[in-house]
Design a protein around this ligand. Structure first.
Ligand code: AGP
Length: 613
């Protein structure tokens, strides 16, 4: 979604701002803009399209100011255009604002300001903000040196919805005011330079000493200081965090695309996610969340709530959680869960999964569940993300920054950490026999090397991608955890290759979908559970008989005459197989997209984190 960058210091702001915007490109956007303070004026340049087009505006080279704000916009209110792009200025052109989020009551504010004589140029919700600040600024005492801060505080107090904003003001060219509610924002500090961003990778090249803002924070940023205020404008103390990722890990590191790099990072990401939670011959360690046994033993149901790939990780771990804890598990889509009245109570444990930790529907679902009295666990990959601030407990995956819109390493790390959690619950509850727990634990420790082996096997995938990239429909079939992987494989393919695809439980084929099978249609089968081998093979034979060509991902012995295209993956316990079986299918989606010449990392219409409903 939208991205924010800001800079104040002793050097030209524009190259730093543009660099930050380029680092945020992965979030998805449709227009970009920049505003700097040049002498007594604000200079604002905006363009529909990519940051590259903004860079091509000749005037960009004349920006000399040492303070500025910049933005990449993903349209919500008003179509993508230069006028609707951020920054937005007030009518006097002295205040400039960039904004992430949605102002739900913008039309009431617009009416109010219109009646007060203000005029608007754009169709956005954001444009009310600089005008509202202007309105309040001129109501404050002109001798008050907190006049600007007070005006911004009053303006944000009127806003309903979500926002992360940066404001600059041509009459006070030594400060940026920032504020956040339900939308991420960070401030990096380094000597006499300060950097603002919606995402840490945008500024990591400059500093790793970073404040992560809380909801409700209002901050005055100058070259030399960062001052946090609460809602009553009392100064509050905050401590910056040292971010341990290096800037390189947010770079492509020699790979052609972030997605490919992230696919190949999975052995390391999984190893890091296992970390000290599991060491040989010991119990699983989740002491950091310390969920009491008394509570766990009363849990009557677990809900896993998430969107997209994160929800598919939930589908993949439902079997292991149910098998090891004997607690029924429901998996729900956040946007559905939050608007129906789920039958949950204080004995329901809600696990919300979100790579970014900023997905609006998942955060709202978690808040709803908390209000009803359920306990909540957030599984997130981003330290300090919004969801981790709302949840009762947080468990981090340690996948490292995931930049490509299509999620890969976050998914396998989510399954890894939730499998460990299932074992931990079983150990705390003392309800599962030691033999299966220790078998699973040993298998989890072997996963990083098995993932590495799986990643070596790419020739057939590349060749098959060449055969199918022009197709219109592709089908994925599986049973049990293999069906969960089929869903994820289908999503991966459609989001980056734009080929329509669907996933079905193999046993459902005869109840309708088989009508779609005709000569040369592609069906991808996944078989990793020996108990289900014969039945799954029969289902695939039914489509072969009707002319389908198949690709089979398996670790079972199958007849090579029936299945000419087999991708073998290492043997693994069926409850853990999604971590391996998805990998060839992530690669298949990647190579199909490459064959089509598409932008793998930034597929059309999609954003990395969906921070609006
Ligand atoms: C994954 O490839 C997708 N881009 C998308 O489905 C994503 O998983 C979903 O939007 C949830 O994001 P989150 O994990 O950051 O909450």
């Amino acid at each position: 979604m939208c991205g924010i960058v800001g800079y104040i210091g002793n050097t030209k702001a524009s190259p730093i701002l543009i660099d930050g915007l380029l680092k945020l490109e992965y979030r998805g956007y449709d227009s970009a803009g920049i505003a700097t303070i040049e002498g007594p004026h604000i200079k604002c340049l905006k363009h529909k399209g990519r940051v590259k087009e903004l860079q091509n505006i000749p005037e960009i080279n004349s920006l000399e100011g040492h303070i500025g704000i910049a933005h990449t916009r993903w349209a919500t209110h008003g179509k993508p255009s230069s006028i609707n792009a951020h920054p937005h200025l007030d009518e006097s052109k002295n205040f400039a604002v960039v904004h992430n989020g949605i102002i739900e009551n913008y039309s009431q504010i617009k009416d109010f300001l219109t009646n007060a004589g203000y005029h608007f140029l754009s169709q956005t919700d954001t444009e009310v903000i600089p005008n509202l600040i202007h309105y309040y600024y001129y109501k404050e005492d002109e001798n008050d040196n907190l006049r600007f801060v007070k005006a911004v505080n009053k303006a944000v107090s009127d806003l309903k919805g979500s926002y992360a904003i940066e404001v600059i003001f041509s009459f006070e060219p030594d400060k940026i005011i920032v504020a956040r509610k339900d939308s991420p924002l960070v401030i990096g500090i380094k000597d006499d330079e300060k950097f603002v961003a919606s995402d840490i990778p945008a500024i990591l090249d400059y500093t790793n000493n970073i404040y992560i803002l809380n909801d409700g924070d209002l901050v005055q940023v100058t070259k030399k200081s960062v001052t946090f205020y609460d809602i009553d404008l009392n100064v509050v103390k905050r401590t910056p965090e040292i971010i341990t990722w290096d800037a390189k890990s947010a770079d492509k590191n020699g790979y052609e695309d972030f997605m490919l790099k992230e696919i190949y990072e999975q052995p390391t990401a999984i190893r890091e996610t296992i970390g000290t939670r599991l060491v040989k011959d010991a119990k699983c360690n989740f002491d950091d969340i310390s969920i009491p046994k008394e509570y766990l033993s009363k849990v009557s149901r677990i809900y896993i709530v998430a969107c997209g790939t994160a929800m598919h990780a939930g589908l993949a771990v439902k079997p292991i959680l149910e098998r090891l804890t004997s607690i029924p598990v429901e998996v729900d889509i956040s946007s559905e869960f939050r608007y129906r009245k789920p039958l949950i109570d204080k004995n329901t444990l809600i696990i919300c999964i979100s790579q970014s930790g900023e997905t609006a529907d998942t955060i709202a679902a978690l808040k709803n569940a908390k209000q009803i009295g359920s306990k909540t666990i957030a599984i997130s990959n981003v330290i300090g993300s919004s969801i981790t601030r709302e949840a009762d407990y947080t468990i981090y995956t340690h996948a490292g920054p995931e930049i490509a819109v299509a999620s890969t390493k976050a998914y396998t790390c989510q399954i890894t950490v939730l499998s460990l959690l299932a074992i931990y619950f079983a150990e705390v509850l003392g309800i599962e026999n030691e033999e299966i727990l220790s078998a699973l634990k040993n298998e989890i420790l072997e996963l990083p090397s098995k993932v590495s082996i799986t990643l070596e096997n790419t020739d057939l995938i590349k060749e098959f991608a060449k055969r199918i990239y022009k197709e219109k429909d592709i089908f994925f079939l599986g049973r049990g955890t293999d069906f969960a992987v089929a869903k994820e494989a289908s999503l991966k393919l459609k989001e980056i290759s734009y080929i329509h695809s669907d996933a079905y439980q193999s046993g459902e084929l005869k109840h309708g979908p088989i009508a779609l099978i005709e000569d040369d249609v592609t069906v991808v089968g996944i078989i990793t559970d020996r108990r289900l081998l014969d039945k799954s093979v029969s289902n695939l034979q039914e489509v072969i008989t009707r002319g389908a060509k198949t690709l089979l991902v398996t670790n079972q012995n199958v007849d090579k005459d029936v299945f000419p295209n087999i991708i073998n993956i290492p043997k693994v316990h069926p409850l853990l197989s999604p971590i391996l079986s998805i990998i060839p299918l992530q690669l298949l989606a990647y190579y199909v997209s490459k064959e089509k010449g598409l932008d793998v990392d930034k597929p059309r219409n999609l954003a990395k984190s969906v921070t609006v409903e």
